[in-house]
Design a protein. Sequence first.
Lengths: 98, 186
Amino acid sequence: MLLGPALILSAILFSIGVVGVVIRRNAIILFMCIELMLNAVNLSFVALAQFHGLGGQVMVFFVMTVAAAEAAVGLAIILAVFRHRRSVDLQNINLLRG
Amino acid sequence: MMTQIVFSVMAASAVVCALACILQRNPVAAAMWLVGTMFSLAGIYVLLNAQFIGAIQILVYAGAIMVLFLFVIMLLNLGHNASDLRRWPALGLAAGVSTALLTTLAGLRFYTPARLAAEVAGASTSQDPARVLTGGTAAQSAMDSLGVVGAIADPLFRTYLVPFEITSVLLLTAAVGAVVIAKRRI
């Protein structure tokens, strides 16, 4: 019956992920922070699935699938950008800036 | 009581590992700290009656996705770069955003199963609250009757069959897209 503690832990982990996205410039660490935020949301799905039935756990399953697809495509994009710029620092990646 | 102690230890280790992940300069070390967070979360899932999700958390996240990250880090040879922390405007923004998020979400601390049941009963949803909240032990009772894997397979292959099949199209698209994007010459 750990509903409140699990939800607040999920909020804390999500905030840490947001802070990581804001303060880092390394594109790969940015992706890790996004995975951290997805994990935080998964935790609240699982905590509420204890009471709402197992639809929440099925949603976690789908979130993991989307996370895997996102990581594969995102890392391929980073690889392609690295070939052109020789860097994964987001300050050097400004091709779309007007 | 024992459950709460284990939960506290796992939660503390998850938060510490996550903080170390975002503050660590070396990307390989950051990835290893993130694996620590995922292992702690897998333990918490087991405490929350989601044993199957805990197992695939370790297999898929810590096993597959983080290995993909480590492959890319090693491939790009990123092990030894200078600090990439942003300067103070971004740090102030980070402090503001995290404070706002945490103060907004702090009310979640007082959530209890009884309050959840009252809110679901008061909400104007199409679903019957008595069916949604089967005595506050929906996961536990489903696992008692169907088993750990059967309890999650039943909604997955009945209620959510179409989304499950669409997932296969998503994965195929992602695999083809990743190969095309990462190819040297298109």
